[in-house]
Design a protein around this ligand. Structure first.
Ligand code: ADP
Ligand code: MG
Ligand code: MG
Length: 249
């Protein structure tokens, strides 16, 4: 589904990703852990095509297509979804309008008709319930004045409505209480499917008790320096990242 080869990228003239390699098959959940400033968020931003993140070399194939040939909207329509570490607020645009526009664009791309407002409202309410977000949040401005936990639930709501192929969750667990954490995990687990993959960036092994990954990777110094199964997360929790310094160098 995703093949990243020798990816080198820079932000504000500074090289952050230094030859990163990662392959993700359909249906797999990959956790990415690593020290602060390692380039984890940069990786998500580069993949989704955020402004200011420049690829200097390397290749990324998404379902066999050259990802960097697609603009941001095309990447989203092809099924790439990034839940930001810090979700943006869009005051003045209701959450419902925003979600419907996103879902309609997605449906159009898949050759489906627009949903009627009535049907969409019904669906959005059902999904809100699944993520324990009160319906009143659908009428408010996108993330406007939402608490940290509400923003994260809202992102999971968005993800569930869009049904993406590859979901990148960047520290979706940071600052969440245990109930919100479970909502996020349940949302992800409910969406796990043969043809859908996840990259879960997290600092804490705790989330991985709920979302059990197939693979765990350590990103340090702008590349993947170690990969393993779910037990690697436990080892990192116990030992930190210092013991991997040799591999970073
Ligand atoms: P992580 O998510 O692993 O903690 P990031 O990818 O956010 O790390 O950041 C990696 C490095 O890139 C950091 O040194 C950070 O300061 C730098 N960086 C990221 N985005 C920008 C930006 N927009 N402008 C300048 N530096 C940036
Ligand atoms: Mg960080
Ligand atoms: Mg980050």
């Amino acid at each position: 589904m995703l093949q990243i080869k020798d990816l080198v990228a820079e932000v504000a003239g500074k090289q952050i990703l230094n030859g990163l390699n990662l392959t993700i098959g359909p249906g797999e959940v990959h956790a990415i852990m690593g020290p602060n400033g390692a380039g984890k968020s940069t990786l998500g931003n580069v993949l989704t095509g955020r402004d200011g993140y420049d690829v200097t070399s390397g290749q990324v194939l998404f379902n066999g297509k050259d990802l960097f040939e697609l603009d941001i909207e095309e990447r989203a329509r092809e099924g790439l979804f990034l839940a930001f570490q810090y979700p943006v607020e869009i005051p003045g645009v209701s959450n419902m309008e925003f979600l419907k526009a996103a879902v309609d664009a997605q449906r159009k791309h898949r050759g489906l008709e627009e949903m009627s407002s009535f049907d969409f409202m019904k669906l959005a309410r059902e999904v809100s319930q699944k993520v324990s977000l009160d319906q009143s949040f659908l009428k408010r401005g996108v993330n406007e004045g939402f608490s940290g936990g509400e923003k994260k639930r809202n992102e999971i709501l968005q993800m569930m409505l869009l049904e993406p192929q590859l979901c990148i969750l960047d520290e979706t667990d940071s600052g969440l209480d245990i109930d919100a954490l479970q909502v996020v995990a349940n949302g992800v687990n409910a969406m796990r499917a043969e043809n859908r993959s996840f990259i879960v960036v997290t600092h804490y092994q705790r989330l991985l008790d709920y979302i059990v990954p197939d693979y765990v990777h350590v990103l340090a110094g702008g590349k993947i320096v170690k990969s393993g199964g779910k037990d690697l997360a436990l080892e990192l929790e116990a030992k930190g990242y210092g013991w991997l310094e040799g591999e970073v160098a």
